[in-house]
Design a protein around this ligand. Structure first.
Ligand code: HEC
Length: 151
């Protein structure tokens, strides 16, 4: 019994120490609505439900974003997600970049996005086949992309 309590104490101390490891800051930079993506309401609803936590400046930070080691993964996903695609600053991208991002969005909804570890804790964010189709239609103006196979 004693060794079990010692073990618990050691784990508690280690978790306590992890809290001091520096990590990314948890930010929500101010949103300028003029720069935010404009899309039909149903498309926006999907983006807001399934993508905005990592691809906008309006992240709903969960409580575990404050607790190491979970916080490291959550914050990294948001920082890296915003870097790859930020719907809050969509019109800061030039036209060519927006076009490229649309194509990546089209591709990403097949399997990669939202990230599986996010869906595990946010099952509502899962895209239905209908949601995927809607996003693809929006991203490609209903035309699809010849070089991307749809799954
Ligand atoms: C849990 C956080 C998270 C969620 C939710 C999320 N993404 Fe991402 N996304 C990332 C991260 C991190 C990257 C950058 C690294 C990478 O490519 O895996 C990324 C990259 C991307 C990229 C860049 C190119 C690519 O395919 O790698 C696109 C496009 C994208 N996401 C679209 C979406 C869409 C659309 C949604 C909603 C349906 C979404 N993401 C939901 C975290 C997320």
């Amino acid at each position: 019994m004693k060794s079990f309590l010692q073990y618990l104490a050691a784990v508690a101390i280690i978790i306590g120490l992890l809290q001091f490891v520096p990590t990314y800051e948890k930010t929500n930079p101010p949103v300028d609505r003029a720069k935010e993506i404009k899309a039909p309401q149903d498309v926006m609803a999907i983006f807001k439900r399934s993508c905005y936590d990592c691809h906008s400046n309006e992240t709903h930070w969960p409580w575990y974003a404050n607790v190491a080691p979970m916080s490291w993964a959550v914050r990294r996903d948001v920082i890296e997600g915003r870097k790859a695609l930020n719907f809050s600053t969509w019109y800061d991208y030039d036209e060519a970049k927006r076009k490229e991002l649309r194509k990546q969005i089209y591709r990403s909804v097949a399997i990669a996005m939202p990230l599986p570890q996010y869906l595990w804790l946010h099952p509502d964010a899962k895209l239905s086949q209908k949601d995927k189709q809607r996003i693809r239609d929006w991203a490609s103006n209903g035309k699809g992309f010849d070089d991307i196979e749809v799954r």
